[in-house]
Design a protein around this ligand. Structure first.
Ligand SMILES: [Zn+2]
Length: 434
């Protein structure tokens, strides 16, 4: 099923014409209505009239998270606050959050985009959806809630936390679809088993719509196995709109970007130049249709690939790969670029260890030290020294193959590492920043 046939199956040429028109319009719009953009563009010697083709877009100055912080709370608003219908904020790791505002039009765009993502994943009006994202200022829960509701599904706004109750609700209310972070889905499965539920018999789940954190394909395979459902990945960020930017279809060959609303580019984070077709780069997004707080060439810091070939599902919209990492999250260890997602894919592939992990980076005698902590699947292994060493060496070996560097591996008891109810935070970098 395709939710919006016209916009999701457009010919490439028509899509590009549409994007160019919208891009020009939004540039003039922010130049006229947002003094912050006007000042920034004037200082950079840029004027919206300089964009005549899609190729000219690379002349437009980038917007960064720091711009959103500098303009806190309403400095990037293009409309009076009287026109706002909703205000969300992203969790700021330090200091003030970044605020995102929606007009009635923006709410409609957001809802439609989330509905497209839900339908691409296979959701229908017959489904019962448990939304186990935290409700509140965070865009994830209400965004997916609105999208699933638009499709006509029944919503259980469970929010996150109280995992034992989550498991009980899944069983009693017979939810057929789960919205959560991938790490929370695994945690729910673990608690459900601990409580004695038989997931295959007791749960009625068929579909998982997972987002809000980067996850490897191996992680999805693990969740599919543990919760006995079909998993899909979707992507969004509150600075841009929230969820609804892109989502996987049932072919699972990338997340279709709603590119009539969000114009994607990939750049090299160092040179800021566009990467060559098919290469990995940092995703840059422009909101083509938002009124309250458009963002122009926003640097997401998320690293992915783009595939413009038409998909077997019938959609022609560009597909982004899973997020390979954030340029912020990339660890440089002994001069080698390491993404936590690479470590995750190794861990998920070894059945003798669990699906939780922690990454700790320290510096000893001027040398970076990478430690990966993982739980053994079966506690009895911890008392069998030979088996333990064999397993530890296997993990080490597989990590070396993928990362090209040596890691220290620490195998720990089942259920001893930290669990996450929302976004997982598995990396601790204790090296002194100099
Ligand atoms: Zn597809």
């Amino acid at each position: 099923m395709i939710y919006d046939i016209k916009n999701e199956t457009m010919k490439r040429e028509d899509m590009e014409n549409l994007q160019l028109e919208k891009f020009k319009k939004i540039l003039h719009y922010v130049y006229k209505n947002v003094p912050y953009y006007k000042n920034k563009y004037d200082l950079a010697g840029f004027h919206p009239s300089m964009v005549k083709t899609l190729n000219d877009i690379k002349k437009v100055p980038f917007t960064e998270k720091s711009d959103l912080r500098d303009a806190y709370p309403y400095g990037l608003l293009a409309v009076p606050t009287s026109q706002l219908k909703r205000i969300h904020a992203s969790s700021g790791t330090s200091g003030k959050p970044t605020v995102v505002c929606y007009t009635e039009n923006d709410m409609e765009v957001w809802t439609e985009c989330c509905a497209r993502v839900c339908v691409a994943a296979g959701l229908t009006s017959d489904d019962i959806v448990q939304v186990s994202f935290g409700y509140g200022l965070f865009t994830g829960a209400l965004g997916m809630h609105q999208g699933a509701s638009r499709v006509g599904a029944a919503i259980i706004p469970a929010s996150s936390g109280n995992t034992e109750r989550q498991a009980m609700l899944l069983k009693d209310l017979k939810a057929t679809a789960l919205v959560s972070t991938p790490s929370y889905a695994l945690h729910i499965a673990e608690i459900a088993r601990k409580l004695g539920y038989d997931i295959k018999k007791d749960f009625n789940l068929k579909l998982g719509l997972f987002g809000s954190e980067a996850s490897s394909e191996e992680m999805h395979i693990e969740i599919a196995k543990q919760l006995n459902l079909f998993t899909t990945d979707n992507y969004g960020l509150s600075e841009v709109i929230g969820p609804g930017v892109s989502g996987e279809c049932r072919k699972k060959k990338g997340m279709h970007i709603n590119e009539d609303h969000f114009y994607p580019e990939l750049i090299n984070s160092d040179t800021l130049e566009p990467v060559k077709s098919g290469e990995v780069g940092e995703l840059v997004l422009t909101t083509l249709t938002k009124n309250a707080m458009p963002v122009i060439r926003y640097r997401t810091k998320d690293i992915c690939k783009l595939d413009y070939s038409p998909c077997e599902c019938g959609r022609t919209t560009v597909r982004m790969s899973k997020i390979l990492g954030r340029s912020d999250d990339m660890l440089i260890i002994r001069g080698v670029n390491v993404f936590p997602s690479q470590i995750e894919s190794v861990i998920m592939d070894i059945p003798e260890i669990g699906s939780q992990y922690e990454i700790i980076v320290t510096r000893e005698n001027n040398m970076d030290r990478l430690e990966v902590r993982v739980e053994v699947a079966d506690a009895s292994l911890l008392t069998d020294y030979k088996k333990l060493m064999d397993l530890s060496n296997k993990v080490k070996h597989n990590l070396r193959v993928v990362l090209q560097i040596d890691a220290h591996v620490k195998l720990v008891e089942p259920l001893s590492l930290k669990r996450f109810e929302g976004k997982a935070n598995r990396v601790t970098d204790l090296r002194k920043k100099s």
